[in-house]
Design a binder for this molecule. Structure first.
Ligand code: SF4
Length: 350
């Protein structure tokens, strides 16, 4: 899929923008100052597929912890700063590879200037996050915040950075609802040459947030908009990373990832399909090849409905038929089926 061309920006060795790829990021739940625990969370997320990891910086201890964390993290770290420009400077000096600020709450122009100077000195990009809740314009029922308001304020911020010859910028926009956010990103992609960080913040618990994020982000991704992505969920950050991978994969924007399908079950199902589907889906998270696997409830329609997959199981009377490239190669009981499928998945040559 063709991505809209944006100015490439480097977060240490990770490129955002200017390429046909959407970089996956998530945000930690452990304060940076709890160094060992925080590092564990970073490593878990990196192993799950996160390419960037953002952390809230609330005080000096958090900012200084970036020295330890950046030296030990397998992926670049982003410091998320609100209100106190000194923390942004301290985080950069201690090894943060990117910072995220909302200039609307950072304060004076002088404070923003000081951040820019430090970022320039250390070669660190800055994400400017513009949020409908912290615009200069105050919304009312008669005069709500619009996508144009977000773009106008974003343009004022961008000008401050450009006037200081600072172009290592990533932009994000948060409207008060999904439609406004989509419109704002579409306008931003036409207005600014800079990479866009896309996400629907405050998306909700997993069941709600996944749908809301897919609803909000898919139209943008299909338009070629979005250079880095976070799917916010009231869940562990690993779930956010998995969600990013799945969404990007379904839109042909993430390679070497398995495709998994399972049937919705019906009156013909005579096996414990749902637990089997979960086991297989969890196992496939550990596989890095574009294999297609199906778990179907019946042998009558299963393999036919799962046409095009490499491997699959179709349920019969308390047993499973294992099919490979459309042909049944074994009949297995409940206990054997999962282990045998696992082996076939590992051995399958794409
Ligand atoms: S594959 Fe079989 S069990 Fe599953 S929904 Fe289709 S007909 Fe029903």
């Amino acid at each position: 899929m063709h991505r809209l061309e944006t100015h490439p920006t480097f977060v240490k060795n990770v490129q955002i923008g200017g390429q046909n790829k959407v970089v996956i990021q998530t945000m930690g739940t452990i304060p940076p100052k709890e160094k060992e625990k925080a590092l564990e969370e970073i490593i878990t997320c990196a192993n799950a597929g996160a390419e960037l990891f953002r952390m809230s910086v609330l005080d000096e201890l958090d900012a200084k912890a970036f020295a330890f964390l950046s030296a030990n993290s397998p992926i670049p770290l982003i410091a998320d700063i609100h209100f106190d420009f000194k923390l942004a400077i301290l985080a950069i000096e201690n090894g943060a590879s990117k910072i995220r600020i909302n200039p609307g709450n950072i304060g004076s122009l002088d404070a923003i200037n000081k951040i820019i100077e430090t970022a320039k000195k250390y070669g660190v990009p800055i994400r400017i996050g513009v949020n409908s809740g912290s615009l200069k314009k105050k919304a009312s029922l008669e005069n709500p915040i619009t996508a144009n308001d977000l773009i106008k304020e974003c343009a004022e911020m961008v000008k401050i950075f450009e006037d200081r010859q600072f172009h290592d910028i990533v932009l994000s926009l948060k409207g008060s609802n999904i439609m406004e956010t989509i419109e704002a990103y579409r306008l931003a992609s036409k207005t600014f040459p800079y990479p866009l960080h896309i996400g629907i913040t405050e998306a909700g618990i997993k069941e709600v947030g996944l749908i809301r994020s897919a609803a909000g982000l898919s139209p943008l991704l299909l338009d070629g908009i979005g250079d880095t992505i976070r799917i916010s969920l009231s869940e562990s950050p690993v779930e956010e990373v998995k969600a990013c991978k799945r969404l990007l994969h379904d839109l042909n924007l993430y390679d070497n990832y398995p495709t998994f399908i399972s049937c919705p079950t019906c009156g013909r199902t005579e096996v414990n399909l749902i637990p089997m589907a979960h086991r297989v889906s969890d196992f496939l998270e550990t596989i890095h090849k574009p294999i297609k696997v199906a778990i179907m409830g019946c042998i009558v329609n299963g393999p036919g409905e799962a046409r095009g997959v490499h491997l699959g199981l179709a349920g019969g009377k308390k047993h499973w038929a294992l099919f490979k490239d459309g042909k049944v190669i074994a009949t297995l009981n409940e206990d054997e089926a999962f282990e045998r499928l696992k082996k076939e998945i590992i051995d399958y040559k794409i």
